[in-house]
Design a protein around this ligand. Structure first.
Ligand SMILES: Cc1cc2nc3c(=O)[nH]c(=O)nc-3n(C[C@H](O)[C@H](O)[C@H](O)COP(=O)(O)OP(=O)(O)OC[C@H]3O[C@@H](n4cnc5c(N)ncnc54)[C@H](O)[C@@H]3O)c2cc1C
Length: 314
C-alpha cells in the first residue's frame, strides 16, 4: 500500500489545478484520473472563455497543458478509478481498481455529469449541436434555431440566456406545466424569441457531423414530428460524481458535497473542489479556482498535522 501526503481524486480542471498547487508546495501529489482523463473538457471542442487563450483552445489541449504544468512540478497522474474510500480516521484509505493507498489529506474533484436524455443521436452529437451548457456553447448559436429540453429553473435560465444569440428557442417539456418558479416563467413568457411545446419529448437527435433535426413525440397523442434544428440544449439535471462518499461526507439534497468557503468538507483533511461541490457556476475556470483553494488549504492542514505530531519542533 502506498502512503501519500495528498491524493487528488479526479483529473478535470479542479483536480489538475489542485495538482499544480500541491506539487509546487512540495507535497508530491498523486492524482487518480478516473475514467475520463482530463474531465469534461476532454469532450469539449472549443473553449473560448478560459483566460489566457485569446484565440480559444480545444478542451483536450487545455487539460493536457494543465496536466503538463502539474507534472513539471512533480505531480503524478495515475489512470485508475477510485472504487471505495474510508474516511473515518485521520489517515484515509483509498481503493482503486488496481491498488490501495493511504493518504493524510484528500482533495475530491470528481466533477459531475449532466443527466442524459438517452435518445439516439444524443451522445454522438455532443459538442456538435448537442449541449448541456448554454454559458459554454450559446455563443456558437448566433442566428440559429435551438430547442431547450427541460422545465425546471435551470432550463428556463439557460433558455433566456440563449435568446441573446439564437433566433428562436423552443422549450420542450414532457409535462403540461413547467416546474420553474413564477419569475422565470414570466420572463420566458414575455420573451418573443421563446416558444414552447408541452407534453412533448425528444425521441431522436438527427445529423451526421452536426445536429440537423430533432424528432419529437407528443406523449398524449403519440403524434411524432421531425423538423430542422441547429442545436439541442438539454437541462434535465446534473448528477455529482459523489456516490462513493455517501454516508461519509455531508451532501446537499442533490448529492453535491457540502463545503465551507475554504473547500473543507465535513471531515477534517478532506477537501472538495469543482462541480462535485458546485451546483451553480459549473465552469472550467471556477472549478480550477476551487482546485487551487483546496490545495492551499490541504497544505495548511498537513503543516498543522505535522506541528501536532512534533510539538517542540520549529
Ligand atoms: C460539452 C461541454 C462543453 C463545455 N464547455 C465549457 C466551456 O466552454 N467553458 C467552461 O468554462 N466550461 C465548459 N464546460 C464545463 C466544464 O467542462 C466543467 O465545469 C469542468 O470540467 C468541471 O471541472 P471539474 O474538475 O470539477 O470536473 P470534471 O471536468 O467533470 O472532471 C471530473 C474528473 O473526476 C474523475 N472522476 C470521476 N469519478 C471518479 C472516481 N471514482 N475516481 C477517480 N476519478 C473520478 C473524472 O474521470 C474526471 O477526470 C463544458 C462542459 C461540457 C460537458
Amino acid at each position: 500500500m502506498s502512503v501519500e501526503k495528498v491524493i487528488i481524486i479526479g483529473s478535470g480542471p479542479a483536480g489538475l489545478t489542485a495538482a499544480i498547487y500541491a506539487a509546487r508546495a512540495d507535497l508530491n501529489p498523486l492524482v487518480i484520473s478516473g475514467p475520463q482523463l482530463g474531465g469534461q473538457p476532454s469532450i469539449t471542442n472549443e473553449v473560448e472563455n478560459f483566460p489566457g487563450f485569446p484565440e480559444g483552445i480545444t478542451g483536450p489541449e487545455l487539460v493536457q497543458k494543465i496536466q503538463k504544468q502539474a507534472e513539471r512540478f512533480g505531480a503524478r497522474v495515475e489512470f485508475d478509478e477510485v472504487t471505495e474510500v474510508g474516511l473515518s480516521v485521520s489517515s484515509f484509505r483509498i481503493k482503486t481498481h488496481s491498488k490501495e493507498h493511504e493518504a493524510k489529506a484528500i482533495i475530491i474533484a470528481t466533477g459531475a455529469s449532466a443527466r442524459k436524455l438517452g435518445v439516439p443521436g444524443e451522445v454522438k452529437l455532443i459538442g456538435r449541436g448537442v449541449s448541456y451548457c448554454a454559458t459554454c456553447d450559446g455563443f456558437f448559436f448566433k442566428e440559429k434555431d435551438v430547442v431547450v429540453v427541460g422545465g425546471g429553473d435551470s432550463a428556463l435560465e439557460e433558455a433566456l440566456f440563449l435568446t441573446r444569440f439564437a433566433s428562436s428557442v423552443r422549450i420542450i417539456h414532457r409535462r403540461d406545466q413547467l416546474r420553474a418558479g413564477p419569475t422565470l416563467q414570466g420572463r420566458a413568457e414575455r420573451n418573443q424569441k421563446i416558444d414552447d411545446s408541452w407534453n412533448t419529448v425528444v425521441t431522436q437527435v438527427n445529423g451526421e457531423d452536426g445536429v440537423e433535426s430533432r424528432t419529437l413525440k407528443n406523449v398524449k397523442t403519440d403524434e411524432t414530428s421531425t423538423l430542422p434544428i441547429d442545436g439541442v440544449f438539454i437541462f434535465i439535471g446534473h448528477v455529482p460524481n459523489a456516490q462513493i462518499f455517501e454516508g461519509q461526507l455531508e451532501m446537499d439534497e442533490n448529492g453535491h458535497l457540502l463545503t465551507d468557503k475554504l473547500a473543507h468538507t465535513s471531515v477534517p483533511g478532506v477537501f472538495a473542489a469543482g462541480e462535485v461541490a458546485d451546483p451553480i457556476f459549473r465552469q472550467s475556470i471556477t472549478s480550477a479556482g476551487e482546485g487551487a483553494k483546496a490545495a492551499i488549504e490541504a497544505d495548511k492542514y498537513l503543516a498543522e498535522l505535522e506541528d501536532r505530531a512534533y510539538p517542540g519542533r520549529k
